[in-house]
Design a protein around this ligand. Structure first.
Ligand code: NAD
Length: 475
């Protein structure tokens, strides 16, 4: 493992050295087949399990999250993803035979080859998991990794390199560079072969532009504004409990957090009536059972306060919460009477705030849900399966949950990613592995005549080609 020190942020020279070292390690790693790399992935998984307590300690110390939140939100999902990758990466990356029509005398297949060195840039909200997951996916695809964690949480990110070192992966394969946006820019422009960026839409735009100038492909996992749609026949108690969990998990600092709720008129009273009981299960603390943890992102609590204050000034009403507790905790908060003129309904809040809007019917709920530049996660809550699926199919989001929320992230076989301002590309599943792979199309002649019918000198004229065209493509 190599890591720039805690003092100075890594500049272009350090980033270039890290990319070169990762490339040397990657050459060794990529000489193994995906099947052979399974041993390394399993060793990382074992290192993760044996280091679980230390990871929890580091994350808790760096973020202020309670240990239970660090286990649930960081270590457990990391272990689940590691297990999935160790079990399935070789299957997803196996060559895939394709029908060679109309070239019937050929064989055709695709191969997935590692892109090379991946630059992985991660945020502070799940500082270990969101570093580990893309890094391990890149490794599973045969890439080397240069990871740049958020400057707010460098130690949690650096744990990834400790684990790969413990697991005995090739020397230099995983590098960590420390610093903020400038180090991130140096990494994007630093000769990497693919960039995986998780962070805000504003920074994602900049990363996309810089990567485009270097013709480097990007995977952009950006912000979200999860709309929750509650239909008339939904179970109000489950919906209210789900809304509170979805808005308050990690104190709302999740790209998939429930950020706005649209309840159709006939369900509205029942849903609001069920909220107090749901809210009685949460508190602005790190209490293991009810604590939602601190709002720990740099400047984040001020954003939350400003959005709530602006909504109240514009006519929203405070149903619950609405106050800071101590330095960095914020009460689980419910706003009623909100509308789409308010920032709390349009911009990422990233805090434990649940704005609830009454809408006339399903059509209005869908229109409001889709009235956002973001499209990461959405949920619909319905009594009947048909209604739930009908609405789910019309929600503009890369991940959708029916009668549930946030759960997609915990299923490693599912591709995860967004539309619009939420970014592009998918992590997770086969798609995630292939994002770090070149898809190479290969053909092979099964029979080898001295010359093919269409080689020079050509036989026949346009008439023959047109007859062939009709034969192949019909009239
Ligand atoms: P951020 O965009 O400020 O920073 C993310 C990372 O990018 C950090 O490591 C930062 O140093 C680096 N960075 C910032 N500007 C850069 C630039 N111009 N070039 C290269 N690197 C740059 O985001 P944040 O505040 O750390 O994280 C919160 C954001 O991340 C929220 O918007 C949240 O929704 C989003 N997020 C998305 C997902 C997802 O999977 N879609 C997951 C978690 C968080």
């Amino acid at each position: 493992m190599s890591e720039t020190g805690p003092g100075e942020p890594a500049g272009a020279a350090e980033v270039a050295a890290a990319v070169a070292a990762a490339r040397r390690g990657q050459e060794v790693w990529a000489s193994l087949t995906p099947w052979e790399r399974r041993d390394g992935l399993r060793a990382v998984k074992r290192a993760l399990v044996s280091s679980a307590s230390r990871i929890v300690e580091v994350v808790a110390a760096e973020t202020g999250k309670g240990p239970l939140d660090a286990v649930e939100g960081e270590v457990l999902p990391a272990a689940i993803h590691a297990r999935y990758l160790a079990r399935t990466a070789h299957l997803h990356l196996a060559p895939r035979r394709l029908n060679p029509q109309p070239m019937l005398t050929r064989r055709a297949w695709v191969e997935y080859r590692p892109r090379g060195v991946a630059g992985v840039i991660s945020p502070w909200n799940f500082p270990f998991f969101l570093s580990f997951q893309p890094a391990l996916t890149a490794l599973a695809a045969g890439c080397g990794v240069v990871l740049k964690p958020s400057s707010a949480t460098p130690l949690s990110g650096a744990l990834v390199a400790d684990l790969t070192e413990q697991a005995g992966l090739p020397d230099g394969l995983v590098q960590v560079v420390r610093g903020g946006a400038d180090t991130g820019r140096a990494l994007v422009a630093g000769g990497v072969d693919v960039v995986s960026f998780t962070g805000s839409s504003a920074a994602g735009r900049e990363v996309a532009a810089l990567a485009a100038a270097h013709l480097v492909p990007t995977l952009l996992e950006l912000g979200g504004k999860h709309p929750m749609v509650v239909l008339g026949d939904a179970d109000p108690v489950r919906a209210a409990r789900g809304a509170v969990w979805g808005a308050c998990f990690n104190a709302g600092q999740a790209c998939v957090a429930v950020e706005r709720v649209y309840v159709v008129a006939e369900a509205y009273e029942g849903f609001v009536a069920a909220l107090p009981a749901a809210l009685s299960n949460v508190a602005a603390s790190t209490d293991p059972a009810r604590g939602i943890g601190p709002v720990f992102g740099p400047g984040q609590i001020e954003v939350v306060e400003a959005q709530v204050a602006a909504a109240l000034a514009a006519g929203a009403t405070l149903f619950a919460g609405g106050r800071r507790v101590g330095e960095s905790f914020y009460e689980p908060t419910v706003l009623l009477g909100v509308d789409h003129s308010m920032a709390v309904m349009r911009e990422e809040t990233f805090g434990p705030v649940l704005p609830v809007m009454r809408v006339a019917d399903e059509e209005e709920a869908i229109a409001c849900a889709n009235d956002s530049p973001y499209g990461l996660h959405a949920s619909v809550w319905a009594g009947g399966a048909a209604a739930g699926r009908r609405v789910a199919a019309r929600l503009r989001a890369g991940t959708v949950a029916i009668n549930d929320c946030l759960v997609n992230y915990g299923i490693p076989a599912l591709p995860f990613g967004g539309m619009g301002d939420s970014g592009w590309g998918r992590t997770g599943g086969a798609e995630g592995l292939r994002a770090f792979s070149h898809t190479v199309a290969v053909t092979e002649a099964r029979v080898r005549p001295r010359r093919e019918a269409y080689w020079f000198p050509r036989r026949g004229g346009v008439g023959l080609r047109l007859r062939l065209l009709r034969l192949l493509a019909g009239r």
